[in-house]
Design a protein around this ligand. Structure first.
Ligand SMILES: Nc1ncnc2c1ncn2[C@@H]1O[C@H](COP(=O)(O)OP(=O)(O)OP(=O)(O)O)[C@@H](O)[C@H]1O
Ligand SMILES: [Mg+2]
Length: 260
């Protein structure tokens, strides 16, 4: 097992301690201990099947929904164990939001997609609700494109706009941590660039953890990078250091395309 490698002077937002996950008894994560720094972007990279999505899902208990998934170890959100049975799951998923590879807007208007959460969680109505919706759409860099057609269906937007709508929907409930699982892999280069700029901007205010197969993207947008193989953390460090001076031969091979 690798030790937790926290970067000094950077507060930890969420951390895993000796986290293992198995599906039908087959290990997908083995003893992962990682501390994700607050208000920074962390990229998770590694070959297909190495456990990146499993790790991301463990951070807001999405694996709970997968039958035959078994977990040991702990996940601490600001020091609090999210697997404690007293934890309120609705509140946890609000605090630790997630967007997926394929944008999944609800089949309702752009406005409703974003308004639903704050209305449900905070009982917002009228002007206050409108303000929260506008603010979330602005933060997601979508407002200017949709402000005149908020009643249009979210499904009528382009793929890149739909992804930003999903990000706005997540931001509207005031999360602390944003989990993104290959958020650009279904997008064209221009939408990808917009999402990358957005992630960089969000990283100033939120703890962002993003899974990507695009190594140039990881290098561009993240402050820290974790490299996984076969369910284990091979290397973790500041992104620049990991890409320019990797400590492990496996990392060097992977970032130079000599693996898989
Ligand atoms: N719901 C599931 N049921 C059974 N096995 C699963 C399930 N989800 C993932 N696995 C297995 O767990 C391992 C890790 O999968 P995971 O999806 O976390 O990998 P990944 O790194 O996200 O891969 P990719 O880059 O292809 O998305 C794989 O061997 C996968 O087959
Ligand atoms: Mg995955």
């Amino acid at each position: 097992m690798m030790a937790t490698m926290a970067i000094p002077q950077q507060k930890t937002a969420i951390e895993t301690i000796d986290l293992s996950v198995a599906y039908n008894g087959k290990p997908a994560l083995r003893g992962v201990s990682l501390a994700f720094p607050e208000n920074a972007v962390t990229a998770l990279i590694g070959p297909s099947g190495c456990g990146k999505s499993t790790l991301l899902r463990a951070l807001n208990r999405m694996n709970d929904r997968i039958p035959n998934a078994e977990m040991t170890g702990r996940v601490l959100l600001k020091g609090r164990d999210i697997y404690d049975r007293r934890i309120n799951l609705t509140r946890l998923r609000r605090e630790v939001g997630m967007v997926f590879q394929k944008p999944n807007p609800f089949p309702m208007s752009i406005f409703e997609n974003v308004a639903l959460g704050p209305r449900l969680h905070y009982g917002l109505r009228g002007r206050a609700l409108q303000e929260v919706v506008e603010d979330a759409l602005r933060k997601a860099a979508l407002w200017d494109e949709v402000k005149d057609e908020l009643s249009k269906s979210g499904l009528a937007l382009s793929g890149g706009q739909q992804q930003r709508l999903c990000i706005a929907r997540m931001l509207a409930v005031q999360p602390q941590i944003l989990l993104m699982d290959e958020p650009c892999s279904a997008l064209d280069p221009i939408s990808t660039q917009k999402i990358e700029e957005l992630i960089t901007e969000l990283g100033k205010q939120y703890t962002v953890i993003v899974v990507t197969h695009n190594l140039q993207q990881a290098a561009r947008i993240s402050h820290y990078t974790g490299f996984l193989m076969y369910g284990e953390v091979v290397e973790w460090g500041e992104t620049r250091q990991l890409f320019e001076r990797p400590a492990r031969a496996e990392t060097e091979d992977y970032i130079h395309g000599r693996f898989g």
